[in-house]
Design a protein around this ligand. Structure first.
Ligand code: ADP
Length: 313
């Protein structure tokens, strides 16, 4: 198996004294879609910044496809495509020009650059927008343009920083499809995300960062199995009776809405049956919390508790 990324004992202390990475180790295999999860301030952007040469490490090593960042920086750069969170292309340029210029930075001859731009504009379904001023593209299209631009040096490793932050579910799903296609075509992908569903959909392996350290490096399946209770909100067609609340051990959140914890061993279908049995209709249902937030909370508190225990022993 080829190693796409190997990070060893990576440390970063910013000038103001903030310790962002505390000796981080991470390995990503070639061909993976790997998710980097973690609460805000955990160190994800710093790690991505170092891998893509935007931030200098204080110490430690990064290897991308066997090339060492400190010794072969340009070679490492040529392996990487980065899609940052913010749109940072010139809004007054057209997608075709943005892509061709980008290829130019990597020394791709113009004719080859145009062919490559065509390939990625088509793959990311932007071909009919190639001559449109980018400012007028929709949010989803702008995100796809960012990905197409990052593909212009045909990177072996594509890094996506929160590719679907703040977009609606339809755009999110279509982004997942594009990411999957890029992966299928042979590019290794690392993404940061706040959505557990995203990691669940795309990735086999994940790492969770907290306070500049990896606190968990495992499969998404294993991670999800540690979540045993989910909180749901059901919106009903009428005000719930005491009987229903008692039966489900639920509480009212607002008019006609109830909240309850469902253990993963229990089928959600049974909850529906109980509601139905008492003559109510479920108009809609949703998760109360972002499961990932819940997980971070659980894990980061657990690791702090463990540290405390270690300190005491
Ligand atoms: P994440 O991407 O997981 O939210 P970051 O890597 O942005 O985390 O931040 C890690 C820590 O480093 C935070 O405490 C953040 O405030 C700090 N930090 C990030 N960038 C800088 C900077 N340029 N100067 C000083 N501190 C920074």
């Amino acid at each position: 198996m080829t190693t796409a990324l190997k990070v060893s004992n990576l440390k970063k202390t910013y000038k103001n004294g903030t310790v962002a990475l505390k000796g981080l180790d991470l390995t990503v295999q070639s061909g993976e879609i790997f998710a980097l999860l973690g609460p805000n301030g955990a160190g994800k952007s710093t790690l991505i910044g170092i891998i893509s040469s935007l931030v200098n490490a204080t110490s430690g090593d990064v290897e991308v496809y066997g090339d060492c960042l400190t010794k072969q920086r340009n070679k490492v750069k040529s392996h990487i495509g980065l899609v940052p969170q913010e749109f940072n292309f010139n809004m007054f340029e057209k997608p075709m020009d943005i892509l061709v210029n980008q290829a130019g930075y990597y020394g791709v001859p113009r004719k080859a650059a145009i062919e490559r731009a065509e390939k990625y504009l088509k793959q990311l379904q932007l071909w009919d927008k190639k001559e449109t001023i980018s400012r007028s593209l929709s949010g989803g299209m702008k995100r796809r343009l960012m990905i197409a631009r990052a593909m212009m040096n045909e990177p072996k490793l594509l890094i996506l920083d929160e590719p679907t932050a703040g977009v609606d579910i339809e755009i999110r799903r279509s982004m997942w499809e594009f990411v999957q296609q890029i992966s299928d075509a042979g590019t290794t992908i690392i993404l940061t995300t706040h959505y557990l569903e995203e990691a669940e959909q795309l990735c086999k392996n994940i790492a969770i960062i907290n306070h500049g350290e990896i606190i968990k490096n495992t499969t998404i399946k294993q991670l999800l199995s540690t979540l045993d209770i989910e909180t749901f909100i059901f919106d009903l067609d009428k005000n719930p009776s005491e009987e229903l609340l008692k039966l489900l051990d639920a509480e009212i959140t607002e008019d006609n809405s109830i909240q309850l914890d469902v253990h993963k061993s229990k089928a959600l279908n049974d909850v529906f049956k109980s509601i139905d049995g008492l003559g109510y209709k479920v108009l809609s249902m949703r998760n109360k919390v972002n499961r990932l937030e819940e997980l971070f909370y659980k894990m980061t508190h657990k690791s702090e508790d463990q540290k405390e225990m270690e300190n005491q022993s």
